[in-house]
Design a protein around this ligand. Structure first.
Ligand SMILES: [Zn+2]
Length: 282
């Protein structure tokens, strides 16, 4: 159950390098009070997959292939604790231009945010979390790997995996994300049975992808755009990043591929919609 990780290539030995999005606009003030800063996904009506045998955390890779041309763009907001000093010295791990582009193009998206990013950029985390165009989900607190040999990422101990995910939920809420989604993306996309077991009972669905954009450390926006356009099929989940310093072409990629995919008849949706469709049969 690890094939997506094998396709990852550059994605996450950037582990430490990548981070997330950002913006300062607030279109939709929260209509409900923030939840207490607890470490669990909020009870919500967000669709999730049923757990596997023994309560094993379910894994989602793409939506139905036969229910219309939908595609979900996902943006990972990577940041590890040791990058705090780099952010403090001016390195930008956010990408407000990308978020602006998504809003201008009216593209809904799912942001997998690390807890450490939310702590570094709380205003941007809150802004994303309160904008119904986006849904904010969990990408761990530390961005440490949940398996060995994951693109050079440091590894989180098995006994601390669950706590790392819970800490991320607490950080997202503390930043002002009122309803973080019950979706978790493993750092580097690396997982195994032990990791899935460690998160059993949290109620999260692990979200992988079927299209690797290759935007991490890319310098050729056209090449990344081609890879996305070549890979997308109905129900696809595309992994991208919203970190200016480590994924500098992503805004341009989005501005290129969105009109092209719409011209092919695709409709952009959030991961929750694909999971909801999956739950009602393929
Ligand atoms: Zn990541």
């Amino acid at each position: 159950m690890i094939p997506p990780a094998r396709r990852l290539i550059a994605l996450c030995f950037l582990g430490a390098a990548l981070t997330a999005c950002g913006t300062a606009r607030q279109e939709h003030p929260a209509s409900s009070p923030a939840s207490p800063a607890t470490g669990s996904p909020a009870p919500s009506r967000a669709p999730v997959l049923a757990p596997g045998p023994g309560g094993l955390t379910p894994v989602f890779e793409h939506g139905p292939r036969t229910r219309g041309k939908t595609v979900a763009f996902t943006f990972d907001a990577d940041m590890t604790a040791d990058q705090g000093p780099r952010a403090a010295s001016g390195e930008r791990f956010d990408n407000p231009g990308l978020i602006r582009a998504l809003r201008e193009l009216k593209v809904p998206a799912t942001v997998f945010m690390t807890g450490s990013w939310a702590e570094q950029y709380p205003a941007e985390a809150r802004d994303l979390g309160r904008d119904p165009r986006f849904e904010v989900a969990n990408h761990s607190w530390s961005h440490y790997a949940f398996t060995a040999d994951c693109y050079g990422l440091p590894t989180v101990d098995a006994g601390r995996m669950r706590a790392d995910v819970e800490r991320a939920y607490a950080s997202l809420r503390a930043a002002g994300v009122p309803h973080p989604m019950p979706y978790f993306r493993f750092p580097g996309g690396c997982y195994d049975q032990r990791a899935l077991r460690a998160l059993s009972g949290l109620g999260v669905t692990a979200v992988q992808w079927d299209v690797v954009s290759g935007d991490a450390f890319a310098t050729d926006a056209d090449a990344v755009a081609r890879q996305v356009l070549d890979g997308v099929r109905p129900g696809s989940v595309v992994v991208l990043h919203c970190t200016r310093s480590a994924a500098p072409t992503t805004e341009q990629v989005v501005r290129t591929v969105v009109p092209e995919l719409r011209g092919r008849g695709y409709r952009f949706v959030k991961v929750s919609e694909l999971i909801g469709e999956t739950g009602t049969g393929r």
